[in-house]
Design a protein around this ligand. Structure first.
Ligand code: F3S
Length: 276
């Protein structure tokens, strides 16, 4: 079995930065998971005593709260500051940017449309910065049903598929007087998506490694399925099914932006040990 890693995969700039911040702040707690990878979160807890708090109101004055890569809602940040909590911001700068755009465009009178998952913490955070509210859409058919205003500002979740974003922009542009389309998909996402497009075209089995709740891993998996029917989203080596490799020659591997190298290496080693 030939195993090849995509040209770009795994830990992105924002995740590396957040982990470094966490490692430098032992005994602090993150509000919500720092990144979408439970195994890396467990490692931070075990090796650096960085805990996880799910309810921000439980932080007490003087305690340290690390804001996760996906950011938090504007009102939550304000409440933490008012409560005297020492807030350390590990929000990825690629997430801070759409928060700023949402606020600026909303205050300038634009209808803010966010292409993303309404339940994802990043989108809840970005939405909270739109002073006059925002509309969240998950695909172009959600836009078709909207009563569109004249001035639209379009923002994407950082990890979305660019083709889907363009479909929404293409729908809006001929129908509204003014559409401002902000390219808020981050570079890591672009690079990882380009690389998986390339490798999945030639692989006969594809593995996409990452948390099941990781948005960018899900997008990578969706692209991989477009080109390779034998694509599998796994969290680690325990999810492998060696039947996938029967009569196959070339296994391509990619991983989401929150997947540490040690998990990827474990997957590679397991295939090498169990597949001819
Ligand atoms: Fe930031 Fe993009 Fe990573 S938004 S956390 S650099 S996937």
């Amino acid at each position: 079995m030939k195993i090849e890693l995509a040209e770009n995969y795994g830990f992105c700039f924002g995740v590396k930065r957040a982990i470094k911040i966490a490692e430098e702040n032992q005994n602090a707690s993150t509000y919500g998971p720092l990144i979408h990878n439970s195994k890396e979160i467990a490692r931070l807890d075990k090796d650096f005593k960085v805990g996880l708090v799910d309810d921000f109101t439980t932080f007490k004055a003087g305690e340290t709260a690390i804001v996760r890569t996906h950011g938090i809602q504007k009102q939550e940040l304000a409440a933490l500051n008012v409560a005297g909590v020492n807030v350390i911001d590990a929000t990825c700068p690629y997430v801070t940017k759409p928060q700023e755009i949402a606020q600026e465009m909303s205050e300038a009178g634009y209808s803010v449309i966010i292409f993303g998952d309404a339940e994802h913490p990043e989108i809840k955070g970005v939405e909270s910065y739109a002073t006059h509210g925002a509309i969240i859409v998950n695909n172009v058919s959600d836009v078709v049903n909207l009563n569109l205003r004249e001035k639209i500002a379009l923002i994407a979740q950082t990890t979305r598929k660019v083709e889907d974003y363009m479909e929404i922009a293409n729908y809006l542009i001929p129908r509204c007087k003014e559409v401002r389309v902000f390219n808020t998909i981050c570079h890591a996402t672009f690079d990882n998506q380009d690389a998986i497009r390339k490798i999945s075209k030639k692989a006969d089995v594809m593995l996409i490694i990452g948390g099941k709740n990781s948005s960018n891993t899900k997008q990578l998996s969706s692209i991989s399925h477009d080109y390779c029917a034998n694509s599998h989203h796994i969290e680690d080596e325990n999810d492998l099914d060696f039947d996938w490799f029967k009569n196959k020659q070339f296994c391509g591997i990619s991983a989401g932006a929150s997947t540490p190298d040690w998990i990827i290496q474990n997957v590679v080693s397991s295939i090498e040990e169990n597949v001819n």
